[in-house]
Design a protein around this ligand. Structure first.
Ligand SMILES: Cc1cc2nc3c(=O)[nH]c(=O)nc-3n(C[C@H](O)[C@H](O)[C@H](O)COP(=O)(O)OP(=O)(O)OC[C@H]3O[C@@H](n4cnc5c(N)ncnc54)[C@H](O)[C@@H]3O)c2cc1C
Length: 277
């Protein structure tokens, strides 16, 4: 297996480094390309890998080749879990912790290839500006007064023993359309593969919480979400908090919300949508 190490020496802007690095990756003919995770390398590596048709992983702290298969290791989930992983795609660009770059290159016998940043004037031409969250289908609207948060309860079996994915999706999007609220989600909901087909309007970008975002809307309404601490920490800049939950002992009721409606969110939001017209 051909493994090369690329050291970005000297200076280079993003616009200069990306094409040069992409060319270096392609020209090396290597299966694995190692880069040190300096701020300069991290700025350009992902874009260069994409241009070179390579896949990329960053923050790698160890690499070994076991029976011809490269195995990388890195910490995930805010350094709580140490993972070992591999990729079938080649070339595979591996950005290591900068202090471990030399050690990892020596361990796998990487051959150093020269890198020269492109020179010359490179300027981006601005064609226009579009504010975040105002585009057609976007559900993330940082300027909205209200943050509407959907939790995994929308995908749980309801009182009739059945799942109501379509009704849930329709109720949520119906409310967003009528109110102009921004959409947040709990981690459980965005991580749920079975919900992905019905909840196309939502992605990991909507996740609020410790490992998600910390939005700053004046008001927040949480529905079908339990109000667990790792989720609620993401609400710390939302001043007026309300929640709808079937469970009178949910996390929100334990001092995390100003008002908790112990009710069925399907029924409540259906009525709210009717009232909004
Ligand atoms: C290190 C770490 C980091 C984490 N980071 C995050 C994070 O950033 N963001 C995050 O969200 N989570 C995070 N979590 C996960 C978090 O702890 C919870 O597991 C998650 O937030 C639970 O999601 P949920 O409330 O949507 O689902 P559930 O816990 O399944 O709760 C569903 C709720 O829906 C209610 N419900 C069901 N049907 C109805 C109905 N018809 N009407 C009203 N209520 C109904 C139920 O009573 C229940 O309370 C993290 C966990 C860890 C360990």
């Amino acid at each position: 297996m051909k493994i090369v190490a690329v050291n970005l020496e000297g200076n280079g802007t993003f616009a200069q480094d990306v094409p040069a690095l992409a060319e270096t990756i392609k020209a090396s003919g290597a299966e694995l390309v190692l880069l040190p995770g300096t701020s300069r390398a991290k700025r350009s590596a992902a874009a260069a890998a994409m241009r070179a048709g390579a896949e990329i992983d960053t923050n790698v702290v160890d690499l070994e080749v076991v029976d011809g298969k490269p195995v990388a290791r890195r910490w995930v989930y805010r350094q709580r879990i140490f993972t070992a992983f591999s990729r079938a795609a080649r070339p595979w660009v591996i950005v290591t912790d900068p202090s471990l770059f030399g050690e990892i290159c020596a361990k796998v016998g990487a051959e150093t290839v020269p890198f020269a940043a492109a020179t010359g004037a490179t300027r981006t031409t601005v064609n226009g500006v579009e504010n975040a969250g105002t585009g057609g289908e976007s559900t993330i609207k940082p300027d909205a007064k209200l943050l509407f948060v959907a939790g995994a309860g929308w995908t749980k079996k309801q009182a009739d023993g059945a799942l109501h994915f379509e009704e849930a999706a329709e109720t949520i999007t119906g409310f967003l359309g009528r109110s102009g609220a921004s959409l947040g989600s709990s981690k459980s909901l965005v991580d749920m593969p079975e919900a992905a087909a019905a909840f196309k309007f939502m992605s990991h970008m909507n996740q609020v919480g410790q490992t998600g975002s910390t939005p700053r809307h004046a008001k927040g309404l949480s529905t079908c979400c339990h109000g667990e601490e790792p989720h609620v920490v993401g609400w710390r800049f939302v001043n007026d908090r309300r929640a709808v939950n079937l469970d009178a002992n949910c996390g929100w009721a334990q001092g995390k919300a100003d008002v908790v409606y112990v009710a069925d969110a399907f029924a409540v939001m259906k009525k709210v949508n009717e009232l909004l017209g």
